[in-house]
Design a binder for this molecule. Structure first.
Ligand code: NI
Length: 181
């Protein structure tokens, strides 16, 4: 496998690129993605058997099972960061080791549909907050110690829109490759 092929498997929609500035005209599309993600994930796991759920989306990558649980863990953290940024002055958020989280025993023990249900509930709350933000709220920030910079809320939205497409892209790309539809 060439480096290019591996890059395509790893980043099916490309790497995250920070938008240069907030463009409010993009907000309806962004919120549309965050509203749709749980249903996309329903479709991603539909009719997969245990063996398929335990297939890595790329050589050396997470299995579908790990990807689905990871997205729930990640977006739960995003929701908490959002609420912290709205209620505290540039709070420092807690980074977490996503690879270590993905290998804790619950990831193997809990069926993926439980995390898809989590995504339905988290995104219902997440979008309910986001669609009520003022332009000033969009510029509120949190500080991420791992990246050593502040993130405005509008960038949190851009990041998790990318993240939603990124991981559903992994599963869709694998299913396409394997003919699992
Ligand atoms: Ni991720």
């Amino acid at each position: 496998m060439t480096d290019n092929e591996l890059e395509q498997l790893r980043y099916p929609i490309g790497r995250y690129e920070k938008p240069a500035a907030f463009d409010a005209a993009q907000l309806p599309e962004w919120l549309g993605v965050l509203r749709a993600l749980p249903s996309w994930m329903d479709a991603c796991i539909e009719n997969l058997d245990e063996q398929q759920l335990h297939t890595p989306y790329r050589p050396g990558g997470w299995t579908i099972q790990q990807v689905v649980h990871h997205v729930a863990d990640s977006h739960l953290n995003a929701y908490i960061r959002l609420k912290l940024a709205l209620t505290e002055d540039n709070p420092t958020v807690a980074p977490y080791d996503e690879n270590a989280w993905a290998t804790l025993p619950d990831v193997e023990a809990v069926p993926v549909n439980v995390s898809v249900t989590m995504l339905h509930t988290i995104h219902r709350r997440l979008v309910a907050v986001l669609e009520r933000l003022s332009p000033a709220d969009m510029e509120r920030t949190y500080f991420h110690p791992q990246h050593q910079r502040t993130f405005p809320i509008w960038e949190l939205i851009a990041l998790y829109v990318w993240h939603s497409r990124h991981h559903t892209g992994h599963i869709q790309q694998l299913r396409d490759r394997m003919g699992w539809w």
